[in-house]
Ligand binder design. Structure first.
Ligand SMILES: Nc1ncnc2c1ncn2[C@@H]1O[C@H](COP(=O)(O)OP(=O)(O)OP(=O)(O)O)[C@@H](O)[C@H]1O
Ligand SMILES: [Mg+2]
Length: 380
């Protein structure tokens, strides 16, 4: 994808045309694994966004540690790395609760704009003009995380700030001109004035774990007379036998009315073009994440050891055992990988000299191999 950009197209628009959703998908996938369905929607939305078309806002729903915030971080990374995406680099990730003043129960879009403005300033460098700042802010991608905490009902009680947040955000998502105080360069000096920020061209990605939604939908589906049926699948176990398994998956049954019942305002939900339920991560995907995600605990530790002149190698079976252990901690998703992996590598980080062997023909370098035995020794 990035090579495509070196053909030096005539205009920015032409350059952006050459970056297809497939290429964006592949780039996002370097950091997010096991969520291909969600990434396809994100890739298409980004493609439309940079071409100036209505991009479509996305709501990500997924259990803790399945990659919601990671997807947002990777959207930001994507914009930062793809040549030609410079004008769109004001990707801002913020928590939903930042957008309301809880004491005054007031929506605070200025906090969103100020977060975007900070990023815009980094992109534009010194002395940006009003036009440059406004344009960059208006082309922003806004990721609002922890949106489920802004439900209209929390623990059975009305949550007024949730109502205010959802109402406020929905008007921005629809496209509104919002007054905002901006400082910029004009006629050789810095001045401050009120401008109007048009949010029509912004792209919004919201995410939340929606704890409790899973049980709520499960109860609806399994209630007698619901008319719904949970699928039964034949699964092959490790020893080769086949077992019938009934597996409830939220994605199969989630309806808009479930989200309304959860406490999401219907008009707010209507502003999303797509609600994607993320997959729960099984052992195989956790192993993939550990071995291949560019920012996995393994990759980070390898970078650390690299700085000491040590190559860290993880055997395939060892990776499988770590993933299997992490999968047992099913409440924390891929976060569990970090825990389990650090149990294994901490002794090595504490004293690399014990296990590092010299690399033949390269006197400056050493190598550590993590095998299944080591994992079994440190992970109970
Ligand atoms: N699908 C994934 N692919 C690669 N890494 C992942 C994935 N999901 C989670 N991770 C890793 O696990 C950690 C936690 O993931 P993340 O912060 O995205 O979870 P989350 O879905 O936002 O959960 P929460 O609801 O608790 O905020 C991250 O450090 C990330 O590296
Ligand atoms: Mg998160």
């Amino acid at each position: 994808m990035i090579e495509a950009m070196t053909k030096s197209p005539e205009t920015l628009a032409e350059a952006l045309e050459t970056i297809h959703p497939k290429g964006l998908f592949a780039e996002l996938r370097r950091g997010v694994l096991g969520q291909d369905r969600a990434l396809r929607f994100v890739a298409v939305a980004i493609h439309k966004h940079v071409l100036g078309k209505v991009s479509g806002n996305i709501l990500l729903i997924g259990s803790s540690g399945t990659g919601k915030t990671t997807i947002m971080n990777n959207i930001q990374r994507l914009y930062d790395t793809v040549p030609g995406f410079e004008p769109f680099r004001a990707v801002t990730i913020l928590n939903a609760n930042l957008l309301v003043d809880s004491e005054r129960t007031e929506f605070r879009p200025d906090r969103m704009f100020s977060a975007i403005e900070q990023r815009a300033r980094v992109i534009l460098g010194e002395r940006p003009s009003f036009e440059e700042l406004e344009e960059t802010i208006e082309r922003a991608t806004v990721c609002v995380d922890e949106i489920d905490k802004m439900s209209t009902v929390v623990a059975g009680k009305p949550n007024p700030i949730g109502v205010v947040l959802q109402q406020g955000l929905l008007t921005l998502m629809e496209g509104e001109r919002v007054p905002y105080r901006l400082r910029a360069w004009e006629g050789g000096r810095e001045v401050e004035k009120m401008v109007e920020i048009d949010t029509r061209k912004m792209m919004f990605v919201c995410g939340g774990a929606f704890e409790g939604l899973y049980d709520q939908v499960y109860n609806r589906v399994t209630k007698s007379g619901s008319g719904e049926r949970i699928k039964t699948e034949a699964v092959k176990t490790a020893d080769g036998s086949v077992r019938l398994e009934t597996r409830f998956s939220l994605a199969d049954f989630l309806k808009m009315k479930d989200l309304f019942e959860y406490g999401m305002v219907p008009q707010f939900m209507a502003r999303f073009d797509k609600v994607v339920v993320l997959n729960d991560l099984n052992t195989a995907i956790l192993k993939e994440i550990l071995l291949h995600s560019y920012d996995s605990p393994l990759a980070r530790t390898q970078r650390y050891f690299e700085s000491l002149g040590v190559e860290l190698e993880l055997e395939d079976l060892a990776a499988g055992l770590i993933a299997e252990k992490a999968a047992q901690e099913n409440r924390t998703g891929a976060r569990a990988l970090r825990d389990v992996f650090s149990e294994v590598v901490n002794p090595l980080e504490f004293d690399p000299d014990d296990d590092a062997a010299p690399v033949a023909g390269d006197p400056g370098r050493r190598r550590i191999k993590v095998d299944a035995d080591r994992v079994r020794r440190f992970v109970k």
